[in-house]
Design a protein around this ligand. Structure first.
Ligand code: AMP
Length: 485
């Protein structure tokens, strides 16, 4: 089974995520996060938000629905499309570029051009082989009706960014009319993907963590530090290299210091969340794959199942969005800083939270010599930090364990009590859930008020006084730390 498939199985069994509305057959690309996944996702979002709020970012929360005017100005109405073909014989639908694979032909820019390729090359439906196929430009946005009949349409947002751009003037005021201004937003984005797949990797509704960095391109504080840590980079021509980001900047591989700064920051965030630095790279977009708003883009890609999958896109949006909103709304998007009046440039690190979560799961999964799965999630993002078990339910051990649980959960709610099944099964369950510590109450506890604490990654077990265990959360607890030194 592939790594992603293994995770999909564990995720359903343990309660990280599963396809929604399974009783009705489900809709591809719509997933529910279960009890473990919801906490894991929240921990990832918090780590992301904290890392930006700590450098002065402002957090906003705009509606998921916006009016047509917003997406006309942003270009999404006209250009957020995929060329697809539909077969009138078998009703199959697929991206047109999939049909072109192996033909050596590039993706055409319009449906008309695509239809010419279909007839000149005799292309046939990839499902039934019929030639009754028609290519159309398929807009990925979900329309959600109108407020009143005849009024302009409303859409679910395909990205959270526009909710920031439309309120730029209100936000810069909140920043006391200074640049740089960093605004972050997390929430759902909606895209009617033609081929949702791999569970939470390609969804129709997904979670984003977007960062819009507004700056004066000639005067800003963003430049990478001199850390010697190598980062895997692949440039526009497909050349691979591993070098410190500051070297990549001085050698002109990454042209812009701000882009280099955010590559370094993103690398730290992702590896800090547990993504394997050896399976992480930053790949520069070729010119022909840049989005309509972008002049340069470096994607953070994680290796999963021998495929590099984009998890964050760091895009230079220039003045595209603010200029478009200025001309469409008639409202100024300029700032006056000193004696200079201008539209700020925007750099956007856009994080796909679901894909980051998937990569942390794929990269943290290991199988022990005995064939058990351990999810070695970073302790800081693990859903539960501690599990408490009685060795047996009898002889008063449950009562002691419940008492420890009620004392401990007052200082750290991310603690779980389990008395069902054998002790071995309970350890295995918590290993799959990624819980870093398990505590067991046994007969010795009755004599000396100690419990066994077991560390997930080393499998080591130590005895610790109950009073020491409940003196603080396990992650910062000096008695726990010193026990495993
Ligand atoms: P984009 O605006 O297309 O660069 O998307 C920003 C990030 O969102 C990407 O780097 C992906 O990690 C993530 N993403 C994009 N589309 C999807 C999707 N359909 N399902 C899940 N994540 C997505």
């Amino acid at each position: 089974m592939s790594d992603i498939q293994e995770i999909i199985e564990i995720a359903k069994r343990r309660g990280f995520f599963w396809q929604s509305s399974g009783i009705y057959g489900g809709v591809s690309g719509l997933y529910t996060y279960g009890p473990l996944g919801s906490i894991l996702k929240r921990n990832i979002v918090s780590a992301w938000a904290d890392s930006y709020i700590s450098i002065g970012a402002l957090l906003v929360d705009s509606p998921v629905i916006a009016q047509e005017d917003v997406f006309r100005a942003s270009g999404h109405l006209e250009r957020f499309t995929d060329l697809i073909y539909e077969c009138s014989n078998c009703k199959f639908r697929q991206k047109f570029e999939t049909l072109l694979e192996g033909t050596g032909k590039g993706v055409p820019s319009s449906a008309e051009e695509a239809m010419k390729i279909v007839s000149s090359s005799g292309l046939k439906c990839g499902n039934c082989g019929s030639d009754k196929i028609a290519v159309t430009d398929f807009n990925l946005m979900f329309p959600v009706g109108t407020v009143r009949a005849g009024e302009s349409r409303l859409f679910l947002r395909p990205e959270t960014a526009q909710g920031i751009f439309v309120d730029f003037q209100l936000l810069i005021r909140q920043n006391r009319d200074r640049l740089p201004l960093i605004v972050i937003q997390t929430g759902e984005g909606f895209r009617n993907e033609v081929a949702p797949r791999n569970a939470i990797i390609r969804l129709r509704e997904f979670s984003m963590g977007e960062v819009e960095v507004f700056m004066d391109p000639e005067s800003h504080p963003f430049t990478p530090d001199s850390s010697k840590e190598p980062v895997n980079l692949m440039d526009r021509d497909g050349k691979d290299m591993a070098l410190p980001v500051s070297d990549a900047l001085s050698r002109g591989i990454v042209a812009d210091p701000a882009m280099a700064f955010f590559i370094q920051k993103t690398h730290r965030l992702l590896t800090g969340l547990g993504i394997d630095p050896g399976k992480l790279r930053f790949r520069q977009h070729r010119r022909d794959e840049l989005a309509h708003y972008s002049s340069d883009c470096w994607d953070a890609e994680a290796l999963m199942d021998d495929t590099w999958i984009e998890i964050v896109g760091i895009s230079d949006r220039g003045t595209y969005d603010l200029t478009r909103h200025q001309s469409h709304s008639g409202k100024s998007m300029e700032v006056k800083i000193g004696d200079k009046t201008f539209i700020p440039k925007v750099l956007e690190p856009a994080h796909g939270i679901d894909r980051i979560l998937m990569a942390t799961l794929v990269h943290s999964r290991r199988v022990t010599d005995k064939g058990y799965v351990v999810m070695s999630l970073k302790k800081e993002i693990a859903p539960y930090k501690l599990a408490i078990f009685p060795l047996f339910k009898k002889d008063g051990l449950s009562e002691i364990a419940v008492d420890i649980f009620s004392r401990y959960s007052k200082i750290d709610p991310y603690c779980i009590y389990d008395e069902s099944g054998s002790i071995g099964k309970r350890y295995a369950r918590q290993d799959e859930a990624g819980t870093p510590y398990c505590v067991t109450v046994d007969y010795q506890t009755k004599d000396d008020h100690t419990v066994t604490i077991r560390e997930r990654d080393s499998g080591k077990q130590k005895r610790i006084l109950i009073d020491d265990l409940v003196s603080g959360p396990v992650l910062g607890n000096k008695y726990v730390i010193s026990a495993f030194d």
